[in-house]
Design a binder for this molecule. Structure first.
Ligand SMILES: [Zn+2]
Length: 310
């Protein structure tokens, strides 16, 4: 038996992509925010093999590979707990897991559930949304070839957008309001926040269905596509990877003639650079916010107020 991909995503989501022991963020990249690596490992509490650490012959292979018996750890702690089962018996690992989940709940206590208020989906970071959906208990995975970018999917894209619109409206992820980044602190790294604000736009490419957007970003904050906003001396930069831009309209809205636009969505704080006073955040989903009139214009005909006969 082996842990299924679905269970792995579930364990990553439950653990909020952090080591249950040291809380380290387990989606790693250099400051540029490029070339992400998953540096966490899914660890068995009762060993998978009969000679492994904390082995128990009475547990079925299915139970051994279920999320209940798994814990997300950084590489260092995975090796350490498996090298020293006498220091990390089953009871201690179970306690670490429970404490970690309690810690996540406390972190989320200042969070509110996010109601998707997007009129359009301009940007869908599929790998990040997969982890987010697992955190919200509404896991979804799509078997689509996104290797050149969403825009290059052509007509298949519509199905993906409809599916994600439905998912986002259903899953109500727990997120925080956009912090005041004029006074950032390192604990904010890894937090998911919602935004609905005016941003400056920079460096976005024009749409090209023949393009291969997979290596578009260069890791150069001066040249990569982005939206940004100033907070006092600080600047919040959200790098826009053209891989996840959906439509021609979206490409144009990331490069409007005025150099700014209003966007709503969710992003995760990635780095806080105190020397340059730059905060980078990875957008998970972005779009144009619904106008207050949106629901009226899109009201189902049957729900329209009827003429009242006097
Ligand atoms: Zn660790």
């Amino acid at each position: 038996m082996a842990v299924s991909p679905k269970t792995r995503i579930q364990v990553w989501g439950e653990s909020a992509a952090r080591c249950a022991h040291c809380k380290e963020q387990l989606i790693y990249s250099e400051d540029s925010g490029l070339h992400e690596s998953l540096i966490g490992e899914v660890c068995h509490i009762f060993a998978q093999g009969k000679n492994g650490p904390r082995a128990n012959p009475h547990i079925s292979p299915e139970e051994l590979d279920s999320a209940n018996n798994l814990l997300l750890l950084c590489r260092k702690h995975h090796k350490y707990v498996d090298d020293h089962p006498e220091l990390f018996p089953v009871e201690r690992l179970a306690e670490i897991k429970i404490k970690h989940i309690e810690w996540i709940v406390r972190q989320l206590s200042i969070a509110k559930s996010w109601d998707c208020n997007l009129a359009t989906l301009h940007y869908l970071n599929i790998p990040r949304l997969t982890i987010l959906s697992a955190m919200s208990g509404e896991m979804v995975t799509y078997d689509i070839d996104t290797s050149r970018g969403l825009y290059c999917l052509g007509e298949k894209l519509l199905g993906v957008m409809v599916a994600y619109q439905g998912l986002l409206e259903k899953m109500h992820p727990k997120v925080i309001d956009m912090p005041d980044f004029a006074e950032p602190y390192d604990d904010q790294i890894g937090m998911i926040f919602k935004f609905s604000d005016r941003f400056r736009t920079k460096n976005a490419p024009w749409p090209d269905r023949e393009a291969n957007y997979s290596n578009y970003l260069k890791g150069d904050i001066a040249k990569d596509p982005q939206v940004y906003k100033k907070f006092g001396d600080w600047k919040l930069v959200m790098i826009i990877d053209p891989m996840w831009i959906t439509t021609s309209t979206a490409f144009c809205d990331f490069a409007p003639s005025g150099g700014h636009n209003i966007f709503s969505g969710l992003a995760m704080v990635k780095t806080i650079n105190h020397d340059d006073k730059i905060i980078t955040a990875t957008p998970l989903v972005m779009g144009i916010p619904k106008s207050p009139l949106h629901d009226i214009f899109n009201m189902d005909i049957n729900e329209m107020p009827r003429t009242i006969d006097v």
